[in-house]
Design a protein around this ligand. Structure first.
Ligand SMILES: *Cc1c(COP(=O)(O)O)cnc(C)c1O
Length: 432
């Protein structure tokens, strides 16, 4: 189906080769609106697939437990240097295997088991690692949670409730205050969190898993230098390989590094670290600034198209890369689960999501979360977002009519044909 280096290398394993080819085809022919996903560059893919996967590198550059780490040291030092330059941080740890590992390591470095952490509730837009009872974070620390303000007709509600954050901070005296969200469409200003943390003598962690790329590209305010620790993922808006990173000041470097290894992880994934180095360099280019701005403009265009179709937008719209849609004004019977499933059949990939104070369970939900990072990388602009918004509404309106779903599937295929993230790559013979 495609002709690239990986296909040739996998010729001896046609089963896996066929699955990977089918996944590439899926990514190229359906619209990717999952807010936490992106299309990495062929250079990032090439580094991820490199021979560094063979190397054991427990420890840090210059302080490894095994021999033969000269090149692992080079690549990890380069990744750290690029990360600190990109974000203006004093220290970077690029070893966390994921955003969840980065968060756990930060907690391990800053908070004793049983101590109190103040963070956003999962069903209001927070993340599992912000103290969900099913997460090790919720079992290890005492979490107290804030949420968003009530919905308002003029769209001014459903913002992080800073009065509540302050009240809870004063009442509960947390060791750590956490800002950061997984499903929230507004800018998060780190400064009020810093003030609140200072008022009660708490530390402040900013979980930038989602907006890391918007921050790197200058579209959102940076928490670096304001928060004590910033955690991030490298695969969401930052458009790198699947992984995490931690930024902090020099005086916390030892604690953070020790928490990542040996505190939490074993050997780092130096092939992924190499790919992170590539991604940090890509994110430092002027084109990435352009990209981050376009991601935000595209989300606004998608939001406007959906509002015109009768959907209620949580928080009244968007200032970042995501749009949270409340399906109930569009159709009170339509659940997030049913919407996600029929959209999947029409080639529009997104995820159901609880909206604040959702009457339905996290498995069913009344909302959808949509995001623009991936299709912006593929080259779509505001016009295409308007088209996507109307296709999405058409499917949901005609969800019981198979011809509507099929027609939209064809239109989606045509649209994606013009915005193919790996088109040039799969036409050429080499992955890099
Ligand atoms: C995605 C996310 C994480 C976790 O990232 P993984 O790489 O999936 O472990 C942590 N915090 C927030 C706010 C996130 O959105």
């Amino acid at each position: 189906m495609t002709t690239n280096g990986y296909d040739r290398a996998l010729a001896g394993d046609p089963e896996v080769a066929a699955i990977l080819a089918a996944e590439l085809e899926r990514q190229r022919t359906t619209v990717q609106l999952i807010a936490s996903e992106n299309f990495t560059s062929p250079a990032v893919l090439a580094a991820t697939a490199s021979v560094l996967t063979n190397k054991y590198s427990e420890g840090y550059p210059g302080r490894r437990y095994y021999g033969g780490n000269v090149h692992a040291d080079e690549v990890e030092s380069l990744a750290c240097e690029r990360a600190t330059t990109l974000f203006g941080a004093e220290h970077a740890n690029v070893q966390p295997h994921s955003g969840a590992s980065a968060n756990l390591a930060a907690y391990l470095a800053l908070v004793e088991p049983g101590e109190t952490i103040l963070a956003m509730r999962l069903d209001q837009g927070g993340h599992l690692t912000h103290g969900s009872p099913v997460s090790i974070t919720g079992k290890t620390y005492r979490f107290v949670s804030y949420g968003v303000t009530p919905a308002a007709d003029d769209g001014s509600g459903e913002r992080i409730d800073l009065d509540l954050v302050r009240d809870l901070a004063h009442r509960e005296r947390p060791r750590l205050v956490v800002a950061g969200t997984t499903a929230y469409s507004r800018v998060i200003d780190p400064r009020p969190f810093r003030e609140i943390a200072d008022e009660v003598g708490a530390l402040f962690m900013f979980d930038a898993a989602h907006p890391a790329g918007l921050i790197a590209g200058g579209a959102h305010p940076s928490p670096v230098g304001i928060a004590d620790v910033v955690t991030l993922t490298t695969h969401k808006t930052l458009r790198g390989p699947r992984g995490g990173a931690i930024l902090c000041s020099g005086d916390r470097a030892r604690a953070i590094d020790g928490a990542v290894f040996p505190g939490l992880q074993g050997g780092p994934l130096e092939h992924v670290v190499a790919a992170k180095a590539v991604a940090f360099s890509e994110a430092a280019r002027p084109e990435f600034k352009q990209y981050a701005g376009q991601v935000v403009r595209n989300a606004a265009a998608l939001a406007a198209a959906l509002a015109a179709e009768g959907f209620r937008l949580v928080a009244g719209g968007t200032e970042n890369h995501q749009v949270l849609v409340d399906l109930r004004t569009f159709d009170p019977e339509l659940t997030g689960k049913a919407a996600q499933e029929v959209l999947d059949r029409a080639g529009i990939t997104c995820n159901r999501n609880q909206i604040p104070d959702d009457p339905r369970s996290p498995f069913v939900t009344s909302g959808l979360r949509l995001g623009t990072p991936a299709e912006t990388t593929a080259g779509m602009g505001e016009q295409e977002m308007a088209v996507v918004g109307s296709l999405l509404a058409r499917v949901l309106r005609g969800r019981d009519d198979p011809t509507v779903v099929e027609d939209v599937r064809e239109e989606v295929r045509d649209l994606c044909g013009a915005f193919d993230p790996y088109g040039a790559w799969s036409r050429s013979e080499s992955p890099a």
